[in-house]
Design a protein around this ligand. Structure first.
Ligand code: FAD
Ligand code: SIN
Length: 532
């Protein structure tokens, strides 16, 4: 049985940042279910929101964050993350991350900042339109070059081991975890008193999403099974502009395109956002996604269009080379024709409830990045605040653990090995794929941008049935990555539905026809779900 001082599950911006910093204090293992690079982080386009200009201020960034969050942001958390951002950005640049700069008169240079929905100032640092790829690549390089970090790729965390689960009368601490080695099919036991969930979001719970395949909500599901508190799962952010194309279902068209002048239009070429918000195309995401949904339902159209053809083609090609190239490969020249787009599930604003240091309700268990709900995003995340949150909270979690050694010290106990009994290989893979598809479709049909109690209840009943079927598979067959992901997706889908049913108002990303108004008296607080 291997023992580590810190076990980090996930290798996106949050996990890699934590691992790099923690490696100065002890042995670190990074468990990641595909290769080290694969993560939502690697696909981030727009950039990192951070105050770096004299024309901007922390107060303005805070105001924009809170306004987007529709009354549910934790102001202290938001201020802390925003004010600590610049120091974390400097560290990224020291690691070699290159953010775009622009030339000033006299040969000077400054950071080239872009704008996105809900921001009152240009404050988003970017590397063309592939900011996440640049950050992830530099973090991966640094982690691979650091001693004291064991990297376990193709290893998938299955479940956490806690004192409570083992029936100890002592405090319910995290003690370790079970990990599936996806290459050998064996389940290994790893011991650690400090387990850091950095597993990202759950976009794959929906049929249409901008997220890559890894985003199956594993962290929230594992934490929930271990008894951790989960918060605000009803607030799933739908990005307004995912490319609409039969060959490419998850390709994001960055909000930065609208920040640089792109305009949303209907099939007749008419702009429509002025009908919904005075900020038009740069209103916060919940408003723009709902407006598109409404236009599509009203006209029966299958998509709307994002038009940036009025900008010089050299500017569009230089500023958005990845989007330009990918669209061109699919037959769309974005410099001369509008881009067909639809909303798609993009970001999980809720998650495992933590404080500003990533501490969950289970001692020794931390959650950082998209898997966590710190209170920064409230009912709707401000664009490009996610990478920022991952960076800041990763650093704070390391500092907290080092400053409080006794509350997270490894408890020396022998952990039981995984018991697989006489289970067999799954005989009918088709059932797994069918259930995957059913969950994603029913979440899209019943639990997406516009909700009703009737649809939510229907989803809840179906999910209960699917849950018992999947549990049966889990106990009777050898576990595989697909089966584990399916099990986690079902859990997360149920948490989303239960949270949505309990919020009888419309706020931020949760919009229901049954309760179309805001109810600040009864619902001006986060939704907390407790297992026990
Ligand atoms: P991730 O980067 O998603 O990493 C999660 C890691 O956990 C992965 O390595 C995964 O393989 C691993 N993992 C998951 N489950 C397990 C398991 N059971 N066992 C082992 N490993 C596991 N945000 C911004 O702020 N700015 C942007 O411009 C921006 N653009 C975006 C564009 C796209 C297309 C997408 C999808 C998201 C974008 N976001 C953006 C959101 C942002 O990218 C994510 O919220 C952020 O990268 C999450 O980082 P993370 O470290 O928490 O998780
Ligand atoms: C985008 O580039 O539009 C994504 C930004 C984000 O999700 O924060």
């Amino acid at each position: 049985m291997k023992t580590f001082d810190f076990v980090v599950i996930g290798s996106g911006i949050a996990g890699l940042t934590f691992a790099l910093k923690a490696s100065r204090f002890g042995e670190v293992a990074i468990i990641t279910k595909r290769n080290l690079f694969e993560s939502n982080t690697a696909y981030a386009q727009g950039g990192v929101a951070c105050v770096t200009s004299t024309e901007d201020s922390f107060d303005l960034h805070l105001r924009d964050t809170i306004e987007a969050g529709a009354g549910l942001c934790d102001e202290v958390v938001a201020r802390t993350i925003i004010t600590e951002g610049p120091a974390r950005i400097r560290e990224l640049m020291e690691l070699g991350v290159k953010f775009d700069e622009r030339e000033l008169p006299g040969g000077f240079k400054e950071l080239d900042l872009t704008k996105e929905g809900g921001h009152s100032k240009r404050r988003v640092l970017h590397s063309q339109d592939a900011t996440g790829r640049e950050i992830e690549a530099k973090l991966v390089e640094a982690v691979r070059a650091t001693n004291g970090i064991t990297i376990l790729e193709d290893h998938m965390a299955v479940d956490l081991i806690t004192g409570g689960k083992l029936g100890f009368a002592v405090e319910d601490k995290v003690l370790g975890l079970y990990v599936l080695n996806c290459l050998t099919g064996r389940v290994e036991t790893i011991r650690s008193g400090r387990v850091i969930l950095a597993t990202g979001g759950c976009g794959k719970v929906y049929l249409y999403t901008t997220n890559p395949d890894i985003a199956t909500g594993d962290g929230v599901a594992m934490a929930w099974r271990a008894g951790a508190t989960v918060a605000n799962m009803e607030f799933i952010q739908f990005h307004p502009t995912c490319l609409y194309h039969h060959k490419e279902r998850s390709f994001l068209i960055s909000e930065a395109l609208r920040g640089e002048g792109g305009v949303l239009k209907d099939a007749r070429g008419e702009p429509f956002m002025h009908k919904y918000d005075s900020r038009k195309d740069l209103a916060p995401r919940d408003i723009v996604a709902r407006a598109i949904d409404c236009e599509m339902k009203r006209t029966g159209a299958k998509c709307v269009y994002l038009d940036i053809t009025h900008k010089p083609s050299t500017f569009v090609r230089d500023r958005f080379p990845m989007i330009y190239q990918r669209c061109l490969e699919l037959g769309i020249d974005i410099t001369s024709e509008p881009i067909p787009v639809v909303p798609a599930a993009h970001y999980q604003c809720g998650g495992v409830k933590t404080d500003i240091n990533g501490q969950t309700s289970i001692p020794g268990l931390f959650a950082i990045g998209e898997v966590a709900c710190t209170g920064l995003h409230g009912a709707n995340r401000l664009a490009s605040n996610s990478l920022l949150e991952g960076l800041v909270v990763a650093e704070r979690a390391v500092r907290f653990i080092i400053a409080h050694p006794s509350s997270t010290r490894s408890t020396i106990v022998d952990l039981p090995e995984w018991e697989s009994g006489d289970v067999q290989d799954i005989d009918e893979l088709v059932v797994i794929y069918h259930n995957w598809d059913e969950i994603r479709r029913l979440m899209w049909d019943y639990v997406s941008i516009v909700r009703t109690d009737k649809r939510l209840r229907r989803a809840s009943t179906r999910l209960r049935n699917l849950h018992s079927e999947i549990q049966e598979f889990y106990w009777n067959f050898k576990i595989t990555r697909d089966l584990l992901e399916l099990r986690n997706l079902t859990t997360v889908a149920s948490l989303i539905v239960d949270s949505a049913l309990s919020r009888r108002e419309s706020r931020g990303l949760h919009y229901t026809l049954d309760y179309p108004d805001l109810d600040p008296v009864r619902f001006g607080k986060e939704t907390l779900l407790h297992r026990f």
